[in-house]
Write a protein that binds this ligand. Structure first.
Ligand code: CA
Length: 230
């Protein structure tokens, strides 16, 4: 499946860059447009799966773009608004925006909103059985049901152990370093003093609970961990 394409229409260069970087890190394809006209042109040209739309834009405002997008498609739109644009936000939702975030927003929060929208748009919605079940060998993880099964038996994982295993399975065999894991599971953000040993302790506990499948959770020297997939 090709990665989902997300169009970022945002004139603040720094923010646009941060969004593109993080979207690509999450495995999406990201394209950017720095003003309203370019944004509208990109909607037609790039056919994005989702649009992140700033409202205050040069040349053409975000609400005009939204109107024009809704005139012809159901492409999900998340509007990026400033605190003082409450009226525009309400208008945006009335015009058919799927969600909004208020600047300054947390990138993690925005990524979660994007994921939620894509989940909703999957056939059968968020409860679609098996839609997002992650597997490696005898390990099966169903994020929708919050259920982990090891060789046919339910494993009683704590929330953090579950998230940890999920992020390793999502990496599909790629090694994740401890900082990446901290960021994904614990929401590590700059300035916060979280110890990477936390990760090691949770991995140790997770291995105990994975029993015969524990060997799949491989330590990658000087890096972190990965899940062996074959
Ligand atoms: Ca702006």
């Amino acid at each position: 499946m090709p990665p989902k394409k997300i169009l970022v229409v945002e004139d603040e260069k720094a923010l646009s860059k941060i969004l593109k970087y993080n979207l690509e890190k999450e495995g999406y394809a990201a394209v950017t447009a720095a003003d309203g006209e370019a944004g509208l042109a990109s909607v037609g040209k790039e056919k994005p799966d989702l649009i992140l739309l700033d409202l205050m834009l040069p040349k053409k405002g975000g609400l005009d773009i939204l109107k024009s997008v809704r005139g012809k498609s159901k492409t999900p739109v998340i509007i990026l608004t400033a605190k003082n644009e409450e009226l525009d936000r309400v208008l945006g939702l009335e015009l058919g925006a799927d969600d909004y975030v208020t600047k300054p927003f947390s990138v993690r929060e925005l990524m979660a909103r994007i994921k939620a929208i894509f989940r909703r748009s999957e056939p059968g919605g968020s409860s679609a059985a098996g839609a997002s079940v992650l597997r490696a060998g005898g390990i099966e993880l169903d994020p929708a049901k919050y259920e982990a099964v090891v060789r046919g038996r339910q494993a009683a994982l704590s929330a953090k152990e579950f998230e940890l295993l999920k992020c390793l399975l999502e990496a599909a065999g790629r090694a994740l370093n401890r900082d990446e894991i901290l960021e994904k599971v614990w929401g590590y953000e700059r300035g916060m003093e979280l110890d990477t040993r936390t990760v090691d302790q949770h991995v140790a506990r997770l291995r105990e609970k994975l029993g015969p499948e524990a060997a799949r959770l491989v330590t990658v020297k000087n890096v972190g961990y990965r899940v062996k997939n074959d």
